[in-house]
Design a protein around this ligand. Structure first.
Ligand SMILES: [Zn+2]
Length: 443
C-alpha cells in the first residue's frame, strides 16, 4: 500500500472541526487520507514526500456538470442565447466517433491542471450506434480523473440525428453500466438530456435504471424561459412539477441549473432531497438568468457548483466558478455577505460529493476521505500577502496556480504538468480535428 506524505502547507480542509491548518500535513495510504494534522508529521513507512511549503492545499474540486464531448466547439458561435448557440453553432459541428477520444483527453487535461479532480460528464452524441459512449468513458478512466459519466439522450425530440428510441436508450445504458462496472474511478449515470425532449416513459426508465444499478440521475432543469415554455407546452406543468409527476426527484438526482423556479418548485426539490448544481458562468454567458441559489440553500437544498462545458463557459476553472458564483449573488442580492468565500469553497468541494453519491467520503481533507487533493503555489504576486487563505483561494487564486494534484492517492499533476497524458500531442490533434469538423459543417 503506497504511502504519500504532503507536508508544510496551509490546509483548507472543508472540515468544520478544523477549517484551516497552518503548517499542516496529510498522510495518504493507497487511495485514502489516513491522517491530517499540523506540526511534525509521522514519517514512518512513507514512500514519497510532497513538499507543500508556501502552498495552499485543498480538497480536489468537483466540477459537477460539464460537456467534454463539446470541447472541439469551444468559442464557436459565442454571444448567443442557449438554443441559438446550440442549433446554429454546436449541433451542426460534424464530429466523428473518433473525435470523442481527443475531446475527453483534452478536457481531462484542462480539468486536472485546474485542480478539478472529479467531473460529471454530460455526454450526448449522434453516434451512439457506434458505442462512442463506451469509448469516451474508457478514455476518461485512463486519464486518471474521477468521473461520473452521464449517458444522456432524448427519445422524442432534440436535434436531428440525436434522438434515440426509448428501448435503445435502456439497452445501451445498461450495456454501458455493465462495461465499466469494475472501473476504479468511473461511474455511469443516466437521464434524459433536455427536459422537453423525452416521453414520461423515458424519464421513468431512467429512474428504474437508477434503482436497479445504483446509478445517479442527471437532469437539466428550468435552465431558460424557453426550456420552461417547451415543457409546459408538452405537459401543462412546470419543469419541476413534471419531474415530480414522473417520479424523477430524489436523493439520487442532480438537477442542473434550476434558474427559473417558482416557490412551489423549490418546495418540491427540498422535500425530495434532490441536489442542485449551480453553473454561474454559463448562466451569465448565455444570459439564461440568475438561479435563486441563496433561496435554495435557505430551503435546505444541497447546492454544488460546476463550470458547465468548455464550449459554454468557455473554460474549466472551478476557482473562477467560485468567484463568479459569489459575485453574481452579491450583485443580485445587493448584499456583500451573500455567498461568502467559505460558502463557494464548500459548494466546489464538499457539497458536490453527495450529489454523486459520495456524501461523506469525498470533498474534504479528513481522515477516511478519498485522497483527491490539490496543492496550489501561493508564492505569486496575486496571492501576496495572505491575510485570509479562504478569501485568497476564492477571490485571488486561479486554476493556473495549481501545482500538484492527486486523484485517488495517485499523483496525476506534478509541477503543473499532467503525468498521464501527452499534452502537446493532444492539443495538436484537437486543433486538427476541430478544424476538420468545422470546415465540413461550414459553421
Ligand atoms: Zn448543461
Amino acid at each position: 500500500m503506497p504511502r504519500t506524505l504532503i507536508r508544510g502547507g496551509t490546509l483548507l480542509t472543508a472540515d468544520d472541526a478544523r477549517p484551516v491548518l497552518h503548517d499542516g500535513y496529510l498522510l495518504v495510504a493507497d487511495d485514502t487520507i489516513v491522517d491530517v494534522g499540523s506540526g511534525t508529521p509521522p514519517t514512518d513507512g512513507v514512500d514519497e514526500v510532497l513538499d507543500a511549503s508556501g502552498m495552499l492545499v485543498t480538497p480536489g474540486f468537483i466540477n459537477a456538470h460539464t460537456y467534454l464531448c463539446m470541447i472541439l466547439g469551444r468559442n464557436l458561435g459565442t454571444d448567443r442565447s442557449l438554443l441559438h448557440w446550440l442549433s446554429e453553432a454546436q449541433v451542426p459541428l460534424a464530429l466523428e466517433p473518433e473525435d470523442y477520444e481527443v475531446s475527453m483527453e483534452l478536457g481531462a487535461i484542462e480539468n486536472l491542471k485546474a485542480g478539478n479532480t472529479t467531473i460529471c460528464e454530460v455526454f450526448f452524441s449522434p453516434h451512439y450506434d457506434q458505442e462512442v459512449d463506451a469509448l469516451a468513458a474508457r478514455v476518461l478512466d485512463r486519464t486518471g480523473i474521477r468521473t461520473v459519466f452521464f449517458r444522456c439522450a432524448n427519445d422524442e425530440s432534440f436535434f436531428e440525428g440525436f434522438v434515440e428510441r426509448r428501448d435503445e436508450i435502456v439497452v445501451r445504458s445498461e450495456r454501458l453500466i455493465a462495461e465499466v462496472e469494475n472501473a476504479e474511478r468511473t461511474a455511469i449515470g443516466v437521464g434524459p438530456l433536455v427536459p422537453w425532449g423525452s416521453s414520461a416513459g423515458s424519464f421513468r426508465d431512467a429512474v428504474e435504471i437508477s434503482r436497479r444499478h445504483g446509478a445517479r440521475i442527471h437532469l437539466h432543469t428550468a435552465e431558460t424561459p424557453e426550456y420552461n415554455a417547451l415543457v409546459r407546452e408538452r405537459t401543462g406543468m412546470s419543469n419541476v412539477e413534471m419531474l415530480a409527476d414522473v417520479g424523477a426527484l430524489g436523493d439520487a438526482v442532480m438537477l442542473n441549473h434550476c434558474v427559473h423556479l417558482s416557490e412551489q418548485d423549490i418546495a418540491l426539490i427540498a422535500d425530495s432531497g434532490s441536489h442542485v448544481i449551480h453553473d454561474p458562468t454559463s448562466n451569465m454567458i448565455l444570459a439564461s438568468g440568475v438561479s435563486p441559489v441563496p433561496r435554495l440553500r435557505e430551503a435546505g437544498i444541497n447546492v454544488g457548483l460546476a463550470c458547465d462545458g468548455p464550449a459554454c463557459n468557455n473554460a474549466q476553472d472551478m476557482i473562477e466558478a467560485m468567484k463568479d458564483a459569489a459575485l453574481l449573488h452579491k450583485v443580485t442580492s445587493g448584499e456583500a455577505e451573500t455567498l461568502a468565500a467559505q460558502d463557494v469553497f464548500l459548494m466546489a468541494t464538499r457539497n458536490g460529493a453527495p450529489s454523486i453519491g459520495l456524501g461523506s467520503g469525498l470533498g474534504a481533507l479528513a481522515e477516511g476521505h478519498l485522497a483527491d487533493i490539490v496543492m496550489l503555489d501561493a508564492q505569486t504576486p496575486h496571492l501576496t500577502p495572505m491575510h485570509d487563505p479562504l478569501a485568497a483561494l476564492a477571490y485571488s487564486a486561479r486554476g493556473a496556480d495549481v501545482h500538484t494534484v492527486l486523484v485517488n492517492g495517485r499523483v496525476v499533476v506534478r509541477q503543473g504538468e499532467v503525468t498521464t497524458l501527452d499534452e502537446p500531442a493532444i492539443r495538436a490533434r484537437a486543433n486538427e480535428r476541430a478544424a476538420r469538423a468545422r470546415s465540413i459543417s461550414g459553421v
